[in-house]
Structures are given as structure tokens and as C-alpha cells.
Design a protein. Structure first.
Ligand code: ARG
Ligand code: GLU
Length: 719
């Protein structure tokens, strides 16, 4: 008994990571986590998941577009991801007459699939530890303060050198990349194959794919069918090729089997995908900085901006459509910041990180390793010294650069000014046309002068309240000298007197263009001044970056030396990771208990035909009423919609496959609960849940709702 206790204690002490925590890198999986995964129920061998010498499940997982994950589900290149990941592609095929966003889209055969220029799908062919190679190259550096150890440009240069030009020439669509891990203590090289002929096969209507929209975003219980179907095409040899009618569906090395048996509480679940960014190795000072500067500024400023925007949207249906996407992306990060601060407080992250630091200091003393305590002192000092600049930079970014749309007006006016001062009429015409095009890209169909004018007033008011006049962009001097600090008059002046202030103003300028009008244009001067200030602040902050990066690398190195890397996964950096855990509900507040599975009943409970976010399509209603869910229904007669699990995921994991103990697809990840977003700093076993659309709902919608059941014929389905 005593012996058992001792061995459990020893085990626990080498494992500061909490079960289910972690975004594990595949080549390290076997050494770091595999026994725990099997103990939790995994029935596969490590080489089934990742095999450096042969194909494995990893070959079915892809980067979808620029920031999502997708998975192959058929030998004919069929791919699943989220509706919100395919949103841009679906939108680009939509018109008022043929609105695929609203009505959904389903190709009824391969000829009807829609190409998407600019969209790509990336397979990870090979992952290699190149730490020794990179460190040897870095050792040749003469500049002791070089930041090359973190520089993507430098590292990717090394990657190309390593594989050689010829390899890349002989393998079109193949790219190599070296990324740093553990703050620059380890390096891996990724050989990627990028396919650019990716066609839209199907998407549910937004009333399914985006059901609950912003109100339900970051929320559980959830009832969204957030999925879309694409197909990857290749040339006749299976190689990446630009879109061509002669391309054929890609035959991937692996595709996932689909399991319709459903989930039970505490079932093993794992996810593979491309988590974007986490800050597990924050010090206590960075936690405070994130809370008091980054998150606080974002929450305050976006609150004000969104209030004004929503008011305009509710007052005018045209504005509602124009701003719905801007509003959604603003609230997405806003709610995330709120959840992040909630968790920092609730779980006292500052103390958690402080304890970790204290442990390291004590350990370092015992082992005579002064490097690590020194690194901590440096980090503390840097965070303290960059406070003021960081606050100004966040205020400028949130309130002015992102908050006010007209800070993005075209300001490249020199060529036109020169042309107008000269005599070449043809050149003038040409430059005017260029400006006109740039202007219309800015003032596009989703831009409202009225809304921007109103929001600019709100944003400037707040900015001037928070940032002293001496620290504002130079052009704001005019606000004091000419308008006595009256923000509203300043903004009205800018709109009324700028060529970009209205369609009328711009047309008047086109009729009688002068260099003087451009050079004195208040909106251009405003925008230039904000951008100059932004550059100045970023440059000033750069002074700290180098010291920070070196100290951060030392700190992480110290933690690895103390705990060993078995327990410590590297921060997310948009590389392929595996996270595992269990299907499970949670209790975020006293007596507030959430189950793990939602059903169509909940969709009907949330239905509100007067609110666009909660409209339920008629067809879905009649399917619900008929209650004949066939093989997709649960044994209690209900139709599953979504479930949640303890898997440690973050932004970028959208579209990630969620698999059972046999590696079969049981759902598609699409969100997290807002109580769990603090997991980007410190995993929250009792609060954090990945939100996953149940694969049975996905197939039910494809088959019974859309009538595109023919797609299921090419999948491997386990009933
Ligand atoms: N919160 C999810 C993820 O970051 C979904 C975002 C898209 N949906 C939305 N309603 N904005 O990123
Ligand atoms: N919706 C997120 C994404 O687009 C995933 C949510 C999260 O942060 O976990 O990747």
C-alpha cells in the first residue's frame, strides 16, 4: 500500500500537467503522452496516429485555408470543415438572387461543385526534428543579439537550404518550413503539400450552419450545425495543380472512417488540428499585463464600438447586412477577452504562474543555475518598462486603427500628386483611375459613411479620454487648436472636407482634381498620422522584444530542465497537434450544471422566427416533427446536434476532427465555451470544453435535409 502510494506520488510529481491538458506535437507524442492516452481508453497504437515512415491518421488532417483545420473523409478527396471556415467561399458564390449563405448550397453531382480561387488545402507530409541543424547554423551567427533564432524568414531559408532548390522544383506544390518550439529551444521542419483546386460541395443554410450566431458564439449548450463540405482536386498524377477542368478528385493517403454510434459521458475523445496560439509559458507579470492592458482595452473599446454599431444595425436593415460580418468578428474577440479575464481571476492564474516561478527559482538555487532566476528578473523588468507604450499601442490599435474604418483610406497619393503637378494628361487620367479603384475597394458595399462617422466620434472620445494629448498622433493637435477638444466637430470637419468623406465629395474631386486638395485632405492626414504613430509605437516596443525573447527562451528552458519535457507541450503555433480528453459536461457556476450532448429539441426551444439568429428552416422543423431520424438518431429517439469534451483546443482548431478511441470521426470541433478561453494561458479542467458538432447531425443534414445522400456513398460509415 505504502509502496503504491509512493509510486503514485512520484508519478504525480513528475507530472505537473493536468490530465487532458496539452496540445501535443506528433513526433513527441510517443515519448510524452502515449501511455496516458491508452490508460484513458485509446485503442490505437502510436504509429496508427503518427508514423514517420508510412501513412497514418495524421495524413487525413489538413490546414483549410489560412486559419482552420479540415479532414479527409473519402478516397475521392471529400473534406469536412466548419461552415464558419468556408464562410468566405460560400459568400463569394452568393448573390442576392442566389444566396447560398441564406439558403445553403448542394452540388448534386461533381460537375456542380464550385471552384474557389485563392483557397488552399495543406497536407503535412513530413515532420522532422532539426534542432541540431538549426542550432549549428545559429552558432555561426556573429551578432550575439540576433533574433534569427525566432525569425521565420531566417528559419525558412534554412529549410530551403536543407532540402535544396532541386527538391522543391521537382515537387510542385511542396513547401518546407522550420518552426521554433518552446520559445526557440527546439525546432521542427515541416514538409507541406499545398493543393489549390478546392471546390465547394455543400453548405447548410446559415440558419443551421450559423444557428445562434453571435448570441450563442462561445456558448454552451450549443445547437449549431457548423459544417461545410469541400473536395480537393489534383492533376492526373495526384499532384497539386491550379484549377483545371481536367483535374481529378485527390486520392488522399488516408481518410477518416465515420462512426455513427454516438458518444457517452466520459468516452475517450481526441482531436487533431492546427491550434494557432497559446501563452502557457506566461510569467505572472504577463498574466497581469494581458488582463490589465490587452484584454481591458479590448473589452472597453469594443463595448463602446459594438453598442454604436448594433444600434445602427437595428435601425436600418441595410446596415444590418453591411455590418453583420464586422460585428461578428468584433464580438468574437471581445467575448474571448471577457472569458480570458474571467478565468484569470477565477483560477488565480497570476498565483499559478507565480508558484511556477518560485519553484523554478528554488530549483535553480539548489542546482546552481543562475540563468533562470536572472531570466525571470529580466522578464519582470521588461513587462514593467513597456507598460506605458503597450497601453498606448493597444489603445491606438483598438480605438483608431481597427475602430475607425477611415484610418484605412488609400493614402498613397504621391504618384497622383506628382501627375497633377505635371502636364501629362494621360498619366493624370491613369493615376486618377487607380485612386478611384482604391477608393471603391475601401468604400465598398459594406461601408457606411454614416456608421463610420458615428463610431469615429465614439472611438475618438474614448481615445482622448485615455491617452493624454501629448501622446496622441501629431495630427490630433488640430483637435485642440481648432476645435477646442470637441471631438464631434473634429470628426464632422474631417468627413465634410475630405474627398473620401462622401460619394459626392469624391465625385466633386474627380471633376476638378488638384494636388492641393489631396495634400490638405483631412482624412488622408488623419490616417497617415495614425499609421505613423502606430509605426513609432511598434518601433519603440521593438526595443524590448529582443530582451524579452531571450529571457523567455531561458525561462522555458528552465522549466523543461526542472520538469522535463514529458509534461510540457510547446505553445501552439499553428502546427499540427493532438489533444485528447473525454466527452463531459461541466458546472461553471454553483448549481449550474451542463450536460455533454445537445439535441434537436434544443434547436426548437431556441427557435425565434422574429430573430435572424434563431430562425429554424421549415424543412428541419418538419423533419423534427416526423421524428424519423433513422440511423442518425439516438436510442432515446432524439436527434443529436452537438457535444462537448475536455480536449484542449484553441482558435485554429475550428474544423478539427474529433475521434473516438479507434480514431473514427465522431464530430467536428467548432468552438469553445467562453468560460474556457482562459485555457490559452492555463488549461482549465473543470471549466474548459471544446464544442463539437456531432457527426450524426452532419450526416443527417446532408442526407435528410439537403437530399445529398449520394455523398455518403463514398464515405466509410460504421453504424
Ligand atoms: N468562436 C468561434 C471561433 O473563434 C466561432 C467564430 C465564428 N462565429 C461567429 N459567430 N463569429 O473562433
Ligand atoms: N472558433 C474557433 C476557431 O475558429 C475555435 C474556438 C476556440 O478558440 O477554441 O478556430
Amino acid at each position: 500500500m505504502k509502496k503504491l502510494f509512493i509510486s503514485i506520488m512520484a508519478f504525480a510529481m513528475t507530472l505537473p500537467a493536468i490530465a487532458d491538458e496539452g496540445m501535443w506535437l506528433l513526433p513527441l507524442l510517443r515519448q510524452q503522452k502515449f501511455p496516458e492516452m491508452q490508460a484513458l481508453g485509446l485503442k490505437l497504437q502510436d504509429y496508427d496516429i503518427y508514423n514517420p515512415d508510412s501513412s497514418s491518421i495524421k495524413d487525413a488532417i489538413v490546414i483549410f485555408g489560412g486559419g482552420c483545420t479540415g479532414e479527409m473523409v473519402s478516397p475521392d478527396g471529400l473534406l469536412l470543415t466548419n461552415h464558419h471556415c468556408g464562410y468566405g467561399s460560400i459568400q463569394r458564390h452568393s448573390t442576392v438572387e442566389q444566396d447560398y449563405l441564406t439558403d445553403g448550397f448542394w452540388a448534386m453531382n461533381r460537375d456542380e461543385e464550385l471552384p474557389n480561387p485563392g483557397l488552399s488545402v495543406t497536407f503535412i507530409d513530413k515532420i522532422e526534428d532539426v534542432t541540431d541543424y538549426v542550432k549549428a547554423e545559429l552558432a555561426k551567427e556573429t551578432d550575439p543579439n540576433s533574433m534569427n533564432f525566432l525569425s521565420p524568414k531566417f528559419l525558412n531559408g534554412l529549410a530551403k537550404e536543407k532540402v535544396g532548390e532541386e527538391f522543391l522544383l521537382n515537387n510542385p506544390g511542396t513547401e518546407v518550413e522550420i518552426k521554433q518550439f518552446y520559445g526557440g529551444n527546439q525546432y521542427f521542419m515541416f514538409t507541406k503539400k499545398i493543393f489549390s483546386d478546392v471546390r465547394l460541395v455543400g453548405a447548410p443554410p446559415s440558419s443551421i450552419g450559423k444557428f445562434g450566431a453571435d448570441t450563442d458564439n462561445w456558448m454552451w449548450p450549443r445547437h449549431t450545425g457548423d459544417f461545410a463540405v469541400f473536395r480537393v482536386y489534383a492533376d492526373a498524377n495526384g499532384n497539386p495543380a491550379p484549377y483545371s477542368e481536367t483535374n481529378v478528385p485527390l486520392r488522399p493517403k488516408q481518410w477518416l472512417k465515420i462512426n455513427l454510434q454516438g458518444v457517452n459521458e466520459n468516452d475517450y475523445a481526441m482531436m487533431m488540428g492546427f491550434p494557432g496560439r497559446t501563452n502557457k509559458y506566461y510569467t505572472s507579470w504577463e498574466v497581469a499585463e494581458r488582463r490589465d492592458i490587452d484584454n481591458a482595452v479590448r473589452i472597453r473599446v469594443r463595448d463602446l464600438r459594438q453598442q454604436a454599431m448594433l444600434d445602427e444595425m437595428l435601425n436600418d436593415p441595410a446596415v444590418r447586412i453591411q455590418y453583420s460580418s464586422k460585428y461578428a468578428s468584433s464580438t468574437n474577440a471581445h467575448k474571448n477577452a471577457i472569458g480570458s479575464n474571467w478565468a484569470i481571476k477565477k483560477r488565480n492564474f497570476q498565483q499559478v504562474k507565480q508558484d511556477e516561478q518560485d519553484n523554478l527559482i528554488a530549483w535553480s538555487k539548489k542546482n546552481c543555475e543562475p540563468e533562470y532566476p536572472d531570466a525571470l528578473l529580466t522578464l519582470e523588468e521588461i513587462v514593467e518598462n513597456r507598460k506605458g507604450l503597450r497601453f498606448r499601442s493597444w489603445m491606438l490599435d483598438e480605438a483608431l486603427s481597427r475602430g475607425i474604418e477611415f484610418t484605412a483610406v488609400p493614402t498613397q497619393i504621391e504618384p497622383l500628386v506628382l501627375a497633377l503637378k505635371g502636364k501629362d494628361k494621360e498619366l493624370q487620367k491613369q493615376e486618377l483611375r487607380a485612386l478611384e479603384q482604391a477608393y471603391h475597394r475601401f468604400a465598398n458595399q459594406n461601408y457606411s459613411y454614416k456608421v463610420d462617422r458615428r463610431i469615429a466620434k465614439v472611438m475618438l472620445e474614448e481615445y482622448c479620454k485615455q491617452v493624454p494629448a501629448a501622446e496622441q498622433p501629431a495630427y490630433f493637435e488640430l483637435l485642440q487648436s481648432k476645435f477646442k477638444g470637441h471631438v464631434d466637430e473634429f470628426v464632422d470637419y474631417i468627413f465634410d472636407n475630405s474627398i473620401y468623406g462622401s460619394e459626392t465629395n469624391f465625385n466633386a474631386f474627380l471633376k476638378k482634381p488638384t494636388a492641393k486638395a489631396l495634400e490638405n485632405d483631412p482624412m488622408i492626414l488623419f490616417a497617415q498620422s495614425v499609421r505613423n504613430e502606430d509605426m513609432a509605437l511598434k518601433n519603440a516596443l521593438k526595443e524590448f522584444d529582443e530582451g524579452y525573447a531571450l529571457a523567455h527562451r531561458s525561462y522555458v528552458k528552465g522549466l523543461l530542465a526542472m520538469y522535463g519535457d514529458k509534461a510540457n507541450f510547446p505553445d501552439a503555433n499553428f502546427t499540427l497537434r493532438l489533444t485528447y480528453g473525454q466527452v463531459r459536461g461541466y458546472e461553471p457556476r454553483d448549481c449550474d450544471t451542463y450536460g455533454y450532448q445537445t439535441t434537436l429539441d434544443g434547436v426548437m426551444e431556441k427557435e425565434d422566427p422574429t430573430n435572424w439568429e434563431f430562425v429554424v428552416p421549415d424543412k428541419l422543423k418538419s423533419l423534427y416533427e416526423a421524428g424519423n431520424f433513422g440511423r442518425y438518431g439516438m436510442s432515446n429517439g432524439k436527434m443529436p446536434v452537438a457535444f462537448c469534451a475536455t480536449t484542449h483546443s484553441t482558435g485554429g482548431n475550428s474544423g478539427s476532427p474529433v475521434m473516438n478511441a479507434n480514431g473514427e470521426l465522431i464530430g467536428i470541433n467548432f468552438d469553445r465555451n467562453w468560460e474556457g478561453v482562459g485555457g490559452d494561458i492555463q488549461y482549465l479542467p473543470d471549466y474548459q470544453r471544446s464544442i463539437i458538432v456531432d457527426i450524426r447531425y452532419v450526416l443527417f443534414i446532408i442526407d435528410k435535409f439537403a437530399g445529398a445522400g449520394y455523398l455518403l456513398d463514398e464515405m466509410d460509415i460504421i453504424e
